[in-house]
Design a protein around this ligand. Structure first.
Ligand SMILES: *Cc1c(COP(=O)(O)O)cnc(C)c1O
Length: 447
């Protein structure tokens, strides 16, 4: 008997790919199969969809071009400098990387930054490696309140052997329950607390929590994967200024850069442990093309961040209010819906987040299912919520009136139950005039 196949990836989709390759008569045809799939995505997602995924951002033409640049074929492991590198020939690479570090420091108004992490997931691992030991107790936010797996048992935090206690979270105010935290924290004396939210609507009490844990020398880590651009653009709280010891971010979310990790801090005592957690622990060749693209996106953020991020938040608030007016329940209404790029809808009555997201996708509106505070963490596959983000629509030059139109398209599908196919044509037509990216040196600000 042949051994049973074990697949984590969907076996049907893998079988389809094998069938495509089996039908090819040459390697070049196989290459063409890949190019065709990429092109289909570009035409659909890149030109015809209203992309409302909160962790996605389209990058400027310059950033895109840099991702294909020659420098990305060069090996440069180690730290910046002649002696700290393994390879010779890196003088211009050193220059690019140093520009990136200095631009990140300017963008985040901080003393130290690291540019070599491929993603925020690795940034979080670097923090857990540098600032905690296996067996230490840490406190992080659970998934139904927006917490991310990287800070939980199944991600880097758990795999580092850390004991995780939940930060108490208020399901109505959608922020930390500070009163309860003040009672709980001294009982477990966490070495580290992490504020890391993928569902993020309102500021968190960074300073107040740091004051509590400082008593036993606890550190506060702000995983700002989602909020990094808002922070750099001065449109959200500034965690480092409020007492966070380390800030990580995903450059491909609100920061509007290449998919990439970033790590920032101020305390010189953390420089050696954090930097050495990046190399030699987590990164060797670290994609210098990505570093160059990250550097340019930091320059874009310095120049355009304030205007770009302010419009992102105004658009999110406008989209939330427009959906609410049309009968789609939105979280945080009593607090003005949102202070970030995100809007969270409770779509339990409309079939739940999974079905609603796939229904909207048939009308070219791309969103994602999301756990809500009353969901059990195990319900991650069929949660009640839907998460929307306004990064891409904003960078395409859309403003408040367009948010109202998008809400109308969504309501036609979800409230008026119009067939998705009949809304599809209108969505494609609506999207047609928005094909240019703004808030970058290539195109500047939309009028
Ligand atoms: C997206 C996210 C991450 C992971 O970031 P990547 O850059 O995709 O690796 C980590 N933490 C939080 C809170 C996130 O939302």
């Amino acid at each position: 008997m042949p051994p049973t196949e074990v697949a984590v990836h969907d076996p049907t989709i893998l079988a389809q790919a094998r069938a495509i390759l089996d039908a090819c008569r040459s390697g070049q045809e196989m290459q063409q199969a890949v190019l065709d799939a990429v092109q289909r995505n570009e035409t659909w997602r890149g030109r015809q969809c209203i992309n409302l995924l909160a962790p996605e951002a389209p990058t400027s033409p310059t950033v895109r071009a840099l991702l294909a640049s020659e420098i990305g074929t060069r090996a440069a492991e180690g730290h910046i400098g002649v002696v700290q590198r393994w390879f010779a020939g890196t003088k211009y690479i050193d220059e690019v990387e140093a520009l990136c570090v200095e631009l990140l420091k300017q963008a985040f108004n901080c003393r130290y930054a690291d540019h070599r992490l491929m993603g925020s997931m690795l940034g979080n691992m670097a923090v857990y490696y540098a600032l905690a030991e296996p067996g230490d107790v840490i406190m992080t936010v659970a998934q139904p309140f927006g917490g991310h797996s990287s800070n939980r048992a199944d991600g880097p935090a758990g795999q580092r052997g850390l004991k995780i206690v939940d930060i108490p979270f208020d399901p109505v105010e959608l922020t930390v329950d500070l009163e309860l935290f003040r009672k709980m924290a001294p009982l477990v004396k966490p070495k580290l607390i992490t504020l890391g939210l993928s569902m993020t609507l309102f500021p968190l009490p960074v300073r107040e929590m740091k004051d509590v844990i400082q008593e036993w020398g606890g550190r506060l880590f702000f995983d700002g994967a989602h909020q990094a651009g808002l922070i750099a653009g001065g449109q959200f709280q500034d965690p480092l200024a409020e007492g966070a010891d380390v800030l990580t971010g995903s450059a491909g979310k609100t920061f509007g850069g290449p998919q990439s990790g970033m790590m920032m801090w101020n305390d010189p005592a953390l420089t050696v442990p954090l930097t050495q957690a990046v190399f030699p622990v987590l990164a060797a060749t670290h994609q210098v093309n990505r570093v160059a693209a990250l550097a340019v996106s930091a320059a874009e953020m310095i120049a355009f961040g304030r205007a770009f991020m302010a419009q992102i938040v105004r658009n999110a608030q406008a989209l939330a209010a427009a959906l609410d007016r049309r009968g789609i329940p939105i979280l945080g209404k009593h607090k003005g819906y949102t202070a970030t790029h995100q809007v969270i809808a409770n779509v339990r009555q409309m079939g739940g987040g999974l079905d609603v997201a796939h229904l909207l996708a048939r009308a070219n509106m791309i969103t994602n299912k999301n756990l809500l505070p009353h969901d059990a963490p195990e319900a991650w596959d069929r949660p009640s919520g839907l998460r929307l983000g306004t990064i891409e629509v904003t960078r395409l030059g859309m403003k408040e009136p367009q948010m109202d139109q998008i809400a109308e398209f969504m309501a036609r599908v979800l409230v008026e139950k119009e067939p998705a196919d009949s809304v599809l044509e209108d969505v494609i037509e609506f999207r047609q005039p928005y094909q240019t990216l703004y808030y970058c040196f290539d195109n500047g600000l939309p009028a």
